[in-house]
Write a protein that binds this ligand. Structure first.
Ligand code: SF4
Ligand code: SF4
Length: 425
């Protein structure tokens, strides 16, 4: 079940307005220019545009102390849903900011509908079965990869994802991933043209009904395939299948892994060998959807109770995700295995990484300028540490950072492409 604003009241009303949700922990800050965690607050500079501010908006709505205006709706959607605030708040408190922002978007969607551009995205999911507004078919990449659609009879399936399979400039990366898996001896099936979207973008918009429909559809095709492992090429699907689909339907017994986890295993077992030296100074950008946002969903079936006559608590205490168990090490180990690379860390990394701006559908919502500036800021951080290349493991991050680096001499590379080059694919 999705959380509602009401569900979150016992913990989220305990916000002390300390503003930690705007900044990474002090001990991790290396430079004043890179001392914020919240791209939205950095851009709009009002508390309403931080995790804590949106939490207050949600609580005020619930208590009927405020109503939605177009400006309030903008503030709600001018958030990349990156989860940075959630992690930094949990450095000292346990407020569920990401859950609250999803609940707030769902409430806004019900009361007012989303910004105009996001209606198009939903229309695309209904009409084309995916949110990207492109004409190509989801199975087109298979021919190039020398694969055939194969729905059943595999223990492992590769979920290609909307962006890798449908966007012409991303498809070659997906083909390389399939070739790396084949070279490593991984036996896998693919759903091709029948692969449904996980619908994560519908959830981001606040349309829980559409997301639930997509979640049931994708879970059903996975269950019917008989596979016990799903490799997600796209971190957005990794996030959807681990953190959100289990709220709607059961995928018990199916292991959800990311492409980088499998590729790292193949290197460890010497089934694929990066041999070609690549001389670059690389900074690894942690995608929010691969890292802090993708700890597995943990159901909780306790009760709310009042203590000391007024404080409301959860009994027993709920499980809390703090982002520390995201997928951070496998991509770093892959980079370490590639000869010639000089690896430099971003100051803001792992659960405190700074979002590239590409999450949360801001561009489609009409806030493209904010997205561009956020990407440019992340690129400037890579330049500050002396990197000439940003490596990432998400098609959304690589597209967005490329836009942010326009004319600035920073190369943006998908880790799959980098590894394939070194392996000789
Ligand atoms: S949400 Fe958390 S970090 Fe932000 S102001 Fe409230 S208690 Fe502080
Ligand atoms: S999810 Fe990201 S952009 Fe949204 S309030 Fe939190 S840190 Fe800011």
């Amino acid at each position: 079940m999705h959380k509602t604003i009401e569900n979150l009241m016992p913990i989220n009303t305990k916000c002390v307005r300390c503003s930690l949700c705007k900044f990474p922990p002090l001990t991790t800050v290396e430079h004043a220019d890179f001392s914020m965690i919240c791209p939205s607050y950095r851009e709009y500079k009002f508390h309403s545009h931080s995790g804590g501010g949106r939490n207050i908006i949600a609580i005020a709505l619930k208590h009927n102390r405020a109503s939605l205006s177009p400006a309030a709706r903008d503030a709600i959607y001018q958030c990349t849903l990156c989860g940075g605030c959630d992690m930094t708040c949990k450095y000292s408190s346990d407020i569920e900011l990401v859950e609250m922002m999803y609940a707030l978007r769902a409430e806004t969607f019900r009361q007012m509908g989303p910004p105009e551009g996001l209606k198009e995205v939903l229309h695309g999911i209904e009409k084309d079965g995916h949110p990207l507004g492109v004409k190509s078919g989801k199975g087109e990449w298979l021919k190039e990869a020398g694969l055939e659609e194969s729905m059943n009879g595999h223990q492992t399936v590769l979920l290609s994802g909307d962006r890798y399979a449908l966007l012409p400039d991303k498809r070659k990366t997906l083909v390389r991933l399939a070739n790396l898996l084949k070279k490593g001896g991984v036996e896998f099936g693919v759903f091709g043209a029948h692969e449904p979207t996980t619908g994560r973008m519908a959830l981001d918009i606040g349309d829980e009904e559409t997301f639930d429909r997509c979640a049931r559809k994708v879970a059903e095709i996975i269950r019917r395939s008989g596979a016990n492992k799903v490799i997600c090429a796209d971190p957005e699907d990794y996030n959807a299948l681990r953190a959100h689909v289990p709220k709607v339907t059961n995928l018990n017994g199916v292991e959800i892994v990311s492409a980088v986890e499998i590729l790292n295993e193949l290197i460890k077992k010497k089934k694929i060998k990066p041999v070609k030296s690549i001389s670059r100074k690389v900074a690894y950008h942690d995608p929010c959807n691969l890292g802090r946002l993708s700890e597995t969903y943990k159901p909780w079936n306790g009760k709310r109770k009042k203590i000391m006559g007024q404080l409301e608590v959860y009994d027993p205490p709920r499980p809390v995700n703090r982002g520390t168990n995201g997928c951070y090490d496998p991509p770093r180990k892959i980079l370490k295995a590639v000869p010639g690379l000089q690896i430099i860390d971003f100051p803001r990394r792992r659960e405190y990484a700074y979002c590239c701006g590409g999450n949360g559908l801001l561009k489609s919502a009409g806030f493209g300028d904010f997205v561009q500036k956020t990407a440019a800021h992340r690129v400037s951080e890579a330049r500050y540490v002396g990197a000439d290349t940003i490596v990432t493991a998400c098609p959304g991050c690589s597209s967005n950072l490329s836009k942010g680096s326009d004319g600035n001499g920073m190369t943006i590379v998908d880790i799959i492409d980098l590894l394939a080059e070194s392996v000789g694919i």
